[in-house]
Write a protein that binds this ligand. Structure first.
Ligand code: PYL
Length: 285
């Protein structure tokens, strides 16, 4: 997964309500209701205001990303949760979150970004939640994925989870990656999944695309009326692509965070990472 930069996320806190309104305009749901929909939770099934959520800055590895914690906090606040950023980082920050009675703790190092529910000891993961959110957005924009073929660009961690979730929704998947062996591994592991080497041909032939890659996508390859769901960072499309596509769904962090928040609340799997369980078993709530 591409590491975010302060520059990529600099506008998230100030633009979060615009994103929420944009989402509502495009798919008829705000971020909170969309995340509930993605997790099969009744829209009014969670009292979001009843949750104190801590975000703990983590200094390990490549260190803190300027604006990351405040972007997460802004997304959660937009959902109606009481979010705060701990004044301490790392273990001190986790202990601060616990002693302040946080119900959920969001924290990310360079490997994983999780939301740990201190009440139920379940946790959700950003990789799976992002894939779940963007497959759901594609389904909504397309009006259903059962029996359809979807092109997944990028067989990294988000793309791989998206392949699993798309299959669980009854779609057939073409998957391509700059490293062909990664797509071929998925093609040989799952039926209804084909590894495609020629990405340009694949984009020309597929009107349904989930882009989970960090690369730019040439607009002249995109079919007119294509429906594109794109968690890939940075934003991958040029003006021609925006002209041709019917819709391109993209944001840099908030949709995944919103699904993480709902997934951490509604999952009570004791210490089992929701991503590996749900994606494999297609567990519905
Ligand atoms: C979770 C994001 C989504 C895309 N790439 C992932 C990423 O950038 N991960 C690294 C997050 C590091 C956060 C840093 C901090 O500010 O607490 N440890």
């Amino acid at each position: 997964m591409t590491r975010l930069t302060a520059d990529i996320i600099k506008d998230v806190p100030s633009k979060i309500s615009d994103l929420d309104h944009e989402l509502e305009k495009r798919i008829g749901m705000n971020m909170r209701d969309f995340a509930c929909y993605a997790m099969d939770v009744p829209a009014n099934g969670i009292d979001f205001n009843g949750y104190d959520v801590a975000i703990v800055p983590v200094t390990s590895g490549k260190g803190i990303i300027g604006g990351f914690s405040s972007s997460v906090a802004a997304a959660l606040k937009t959902m109606g949760m009481r979010s705060f950023i701990t004044s301490s980082c790392d273990v001190a920050g986790i202990s601060e979150a616990f002693s302040s009675g946080a119900d959920i703790i969001f924290m990310a190092d360079d490997e994983r970004f999780i939301a740990l529910n201190t009440r139920t000891r379940s946790f959700s993961d950003n990789i799976w939640s992002t894939a779940k959110g963007y497959v759901t957005a594609l389904r909504l924009a397309e009006g259903g994925l059962e029996g359809k073929r979807v092109l997944v660009i990028g067989a990294g961690r988000v793309g791989t989870e998206a392949v699993k979730i798309l299959r669980a929704e009854g779609a057939s998947v073409d998957v391509t990656d700059i490293l062909p062996h990664k797509a071929e591994a998925l093609g040989s592991r799952y039926d209804n999944v084909r590894a495609i080497r020629d990405v340009e041909e694949a984009i020309r032939n597929n009107p349904l695309i989930l882009n989970a890659s960090p690369g730019m996508i040439r607009g002249d390859l995109i079919q007119k009326g294509a429906v594109i769901s794109s968690p890939g960072v940075p934003y991958a499309f040029d003006e021609e692509g925006e002209r041709r596509a019917k819709v391109i769904i993209h944001d840099v962090l908030s949709l995944g965070v919103a699904v993480m928040a709902v997934a951490s609340i509604c999952l009570s799997l004791f210490g089992i990472p929701a991503d590996s369980v749900i994606a494999e078993k297609g567990v519905t709530l």
